[in-house]
Design a protein around this ligand. Structure first.
Ligand code: NAD
Length: 424
């Protein structure tokens, strides 16, 4: 047990630490890749003396990443990357058991959320670690001389990468950032299998709804949408996909899903799930034609995918009917149910992704932080993809941890693949 006397924090209740520690250790069992990195970091201290501010969903898996960064020598603080995703027992345990400053309370209001981000920036980081780019965006709005201390950052999610690419295009980005999301060992697994399973889990926990026979509308057929659609189909739902990208739409058609415009899907859907990364995938025109009892949920990063202000305008009354379920009654008597304030439902009402996929995502985070420290002098203020050898190394370690072995090319096969002279 670490003394909390000198560990700055703003968490719900330090008394929850014992439960949090147990759950962090449970998640660690499913995170063998990160554990191996932690053991190496302990020996090699690649982050020694590095001040690191991490703005992430404060979950059991994030706690194991935080332990890894600290083991590598980082002087670390953690704040929430979403007002509803914090696990309060984990936040308490990080402070009490691991001596890591944490600023995160589940259900914090927007003002507190930004105060917590500010507290993480007051740490004067050399490395930023973001999930949604809020740290980087705040730093660039009003840096107070903090940017000069920064060698670089890492970014966890699609939405954050899109924001950072926009900053790079505008010439606004002032330091290099590695887009962890772009690693194959991140989005193939975390976005697809993690979001697929945990989104269903969040909606099930919030509503206890039966999936079999329901018409589920998935808006966005990217990495997350593919996962959600396939898991909903597996549970017996009739899945409709809505897309704006023709290639993704034809992929959904050939994967066997019904594809149609949201204006049509709105009339028949029982459960709507947005995973577009954009805004207002569901809006006023759609609410007006939805069936009585339609359930709306979002698993995209920000709470703008469902136009909640429009729903509020249409509603004659609004009440909470269960935890994470709000009923909006429309003037014609229809009821529409919004889950988790339109925030990512897998983290609001469930526990986020299973540890086994976060093992690979956070292995990428840890190795990219190390990469940034080693290579920052040669990197420009741009968004970088994860180096291929990091991706390959994580896949190799994950396969080994699963007891799966694979083949290697023979020298003759390598020579054939490297040559253009040999045909049939
Ligand atoms: N809930 C989680 O734990 C979790 C995990 C990973 C990513 N995310 C977030 O989920 C979102 C999606 O991520 P992704 O990796 O699937 O992104 P992606 O870019 O692979 O896919 C998004 C898809 O949505 C489509 N789209 C955009 N606007 C649309 C609209 N109005 N209607 C229909 N389709 C539309 C795009 O054409 C694209 O195919 C992002 O915000 C990302 O940050 C959440």
């Amino acid at each position: 047990m670490t003394s909390t006397a000198h560990v700055p924090h703003h968490v719900r209740d330090l008394g929850l630490a014992a439960k949090g520690k147990q759950r962090i250790e449970w998640a660690d069992l499913e995170m063998p890749v990160l554990r191996q990195i932690r053991e190496r970091f302990e020996r090699e201290q690649p982050l020694k003396g590095v001040r690191l501010s991490a703005c992430l969903h404060v979950t059991t898996e994030t706690a194991n990443l935080a332990r890894t960064l600290k083991a590598g020598g980082a002087d670390l603080v953690v704040c929430a990357s979403n007002p509803l995703s914090t696990q309060d027992d984990v936040a308490a345990s990080l402070v009490v058991d691991y001596g890591i400053p944490v600023y995160a309370i589940k259900g914090e209001d927007n003002a507190t959320y930004y105060q917590h981000i500010q507290a993480a920036l007051d740490h004067r980081p050399n490395i930023t670690m973001d999930d949604g780019a809020d740290l980087v965006a705040e730093l660039h709005k009003d840096s107070h001389g903090l940017i000069e201390h920064i060698v670089g950052g890492t970014e966890e999610t699609t939405t954050g990468v899109i924001r950072l690419q926009a900053m790079e295009r505008d010439g606004a980005l002032k330091f290099p950032v590695v887009a962890v999301n772009e690693a194959d060992t991140k989005h193939f697994f975390d976005n697809r299998y993690g979001t697929g399973q945990s989104t269903m889990d969040g909606i099930t926990r919030a509503t206890n709804v039966l999936w079999a026979g329901k018409r589920v509308v998935v808006s966005g057929y990217g990495w997350c949408g593919r996962g959600v659609a396939s898991r909903a189909r597996g549970a017996g739902s009739k899945v409709i996909v809505c897309e704006v990208d023709a290639v993704r739409a034809i992929e959904a058609v050939m994967d066997g899903f019904e594809v149609m415009p949201i204006a049509d899907a709105a009339k028949v859907g029982d459960i709507f799930i947005t995973v577009t990364g954009g805004k207002h995938a569901l809006g006023e025109a759609h609410f007006k034609v939805m069936k009585d009892g339609a359930i709306l949920s979002n698993s995209g990063h920000f709470n703008v995918e469902i136009d909640i202000p429009a729903l509020e305008r249409l509603a004659t009354s609004r009440r909470e009917v269960r935890e994470f379920v709000e009923e909006f009654k429309l003037s014609d008597g229809r009821r529409i149910y919004l889950l988790g304030d339109g925030r990512l439902i897998n983290l609001a009402a469930a526990e986020g992704h299973p540890a086994s996929v976060m093992d690979m995502s956070f292995a990428n985070q840890a190795l990219c932080a190390e990469y940034m420290v080693k290579n920052s002098s040669t990197l420009e203020p741009k968004v970088y993809v994860v180096p291929r050898d990091i991706d390959q190394e994580i896949a190799r370690l994950k396969l080994a941890s699963m007891g799966v072995t694979i083949d290697a090319l023979t020298p003759a096969q390598q020579e054939y693949l490297a040559s253009w002279k040999v045909g049939t």
